[in-house]
Design a protein around this ligand. Structure first.
Ligand code: ADP
Ligand code: GLC
Length: 480
């Protein structure tokens, strides 16, 4: 049995802003099902403490630079039995708003201090200095918020092995020299071979340079980030560590995302009994004020409204898309300009384009269940989970060939349709016209019911459950 401390800044169902939350909420549970001793460690955000009012303090200690004593609270993650440690420093985490930004959507002014303190608390636990009488064999860090853990652990005489998973290289946690000093980080970490990054310093670089093993969430993204186009300034660092880097595809928690048992949708269904899907479509059309049309193809999209997701490509494609006999629903929040453009568009195409700005988990499930096809024209996509959910919901994904999208969706052409491999529609160039062409291709297949039924069957048969991915992580931990 391996002892694993899993460090992440969000985990479903306690706190989630995107796919990292899904992964941190389900990978530890999958590892536990493989009989490993895995424990999760998260910042004690106000929203978590409100959900877990009984999380008792099990340890307390000081860390450099923190405004207060760190109290470590302990709880359990949902019904999986995964122990969770909560790093409680009220001055840093007990506030309204999200994990990374204030209620107005601006990044917290003290994020460097918040996550440096979190990292230092992780190091205390990892080195068995927190008084828990538990010493992990491996610390598994995720994204920039835990990026200082590997460099700080390197300085410890006895330390566990470290794994760092890149969920998104575009978010790096870059701050200034003044902040570096303010955090009282060891001076030798200010070096281009360590944290220094174009005159500032970068949390994620700590993970990339100092961890024993690096992973990212799909094989294609693992190759892409070693190139200048996708490397976000860090491709050189990654190339120098390419022998330590591998891509392990994310899994899906089918207890949460499966139309046969989804408690957030009004009508459940399976590949053999699909009536529920049609009823969910009606429910979605009602909910989004769309015209009722059982035979009009409905295209859904759920995602953070940022450039990464190609939501602007959808916006630019709308005039052409709205020429066709189809409907579109969009759920998301993010860049206020994109939000506004979408709302204006919804006012222009009433009854055909439904837009909901906000974060709404139940609606995300209904979009998956009630749409016929799912739009994911991402410019880059480390893994992507919504296309995997779409496959399971028989909602045919339309994706750009990048990262995890390229690894998980098989384009429908004559041959893949014949062999039963086809699961979606894939296009190459990040521009509105190729997206429109892919949507038109999907709409044409939709109008051919036997072919569309086959596609749905192929999609729903795919198995992206966590077991395989969890085994790949376990094999990696064992190699350490
Ligand atoms: P990313 O992590 O880059 O945001 P993923 O596809 O990996 O992309 O995961 C996104 C997750 O966040 C999915 O579970 C998706 O349903 C959810 N999500 C994104 N935006 C919203 C929203 N506005 N409301 C509800 N869920 C959302
Ligand atoms: C990131 C990526 C997304 C991935 C998720 C979970 O947020 O943008 O592609 O699925 O992390 O790994």
């Amino acid at each position: 049995m391996i002892k694993i401390l899993f460090a992440a800044s969000e985990a479903h169902p306690l706190v989630k802003t995107g796919g990292l939350g899904d992964v941190a909420g389900s990978l530890p549970a999958a590892l536990r099902r493989l009989h490993q001793d895995v424990r999760l460690i998260l910042p004690a955000y106000r929203s978590i403490l409100e959900r877990l009012p009984d999380a008792a303090v099990t340890a307390q200690f000081e860390v450099p630079g923190a405004p207060d004593t760190v109290r470590l609270r302990q709880a359990t993650l949902a019904d999986d039995g995964v122990p969770v440690y909560l790093v409680d420093v009220p001055a840093l985490f007990d506030r309204p708003g999200g994990p990374y930004s204030d209620p107005q959507g601006r990044e917290w002014y003290d994020n460097a201090l918040r996550f440096a303190t979190y990292c230092r608390a992780v190091v205390q636990v990892a080195t068995n200095h927190a008084g828990l009488d538990w010493a992990p064999d491996v610390v598994h860090c995720n994204d920039w918020q835990s990026g200082l853990v590997p460099p700080l652990l390197m300085r410890e005489p006895r330390r566990p092995a470290t794994v760092f998973t890149i969920h998104n290289l575009a978010y790096q946690g870059v701050f200034t020299w003044d902040t570096f000093q303010y955090l009282r980080l060891p001076a030798d970490l200010w070096s281009m071979h360590a944290l220094e990054f174009y005159g500032g310093f970068s949390f994620i670089k700590g993970g990339l340079v100092f961890s024993d093993r690096l992973t990212t969430v799909s094989p294609t993204y693992a190759r892409e980030i070693c190139t200048p186009e996708f490397g976000a300034g860090l491709d050189g660092v990654l190339r120098s560590r390419a022998d330590r880097l591998e891509g392990i595809l994310n899994g899906v928690d089918y207890r949460v995302w499966d139309p046969a048992r989804d408690t957030l949708i009004p009508h459940r269904y399976t590949a053999r009994a699909m009536q529920g899907k049609q009823q969910n479509k009606v429910a979605l059309q009602k909910r989004m004020d769309l015209a009722m049309g059982p035979r009009t193809p409905l295209f859904g999209h759920v995602g953070r409204m940022v450039e990464q997701k190609g939501i602007d490509l959808i916006i630019d494609a709308l005039p052409a898309l709205m020429e066709e006999d189809l409907q579109i629903v969009i759920l998301g929040s993010g860049d206020p300009r994109l939000e506004r453009e979408l709302q204006d568009a919804a006012a222009r195409w009433v009854g055909r384009l439904g837009v909901h700005i906000g974060y709404d988990e139940a609606l995300a499930h209904l979009v998956e269940a009630g749409s016929d096809a799912f739009l994911m024209p991402s410019r880059f996509e480390p893994c992507g989970l919504n296309q995997l959910y779409s496959l399971r919901y028989g909602t045919i994904p339309i994706v750009r060939r990048t990262g995890g999208l390229a690894d998980t969706v098989v384009d429908a052409d004559a041959e893949t349709l014949r062999s039963g491999a086809a699961t979606g529609f894939v296009f190459d160039e990040a521009a509105p016209a190729p997206l429109v062409a892919a949507v038109a291709r999907a709409a044409e297949h939709y109008r051919n019911p036997p072919v569309w039924r086959d596609l749905i069957g192929n999609a729903m048969r795919q198995d992206f459950s966590w077991r395989r991915s969890a085994q790949a992580y376990l094999a990696l931990y064992r190699r350490l």
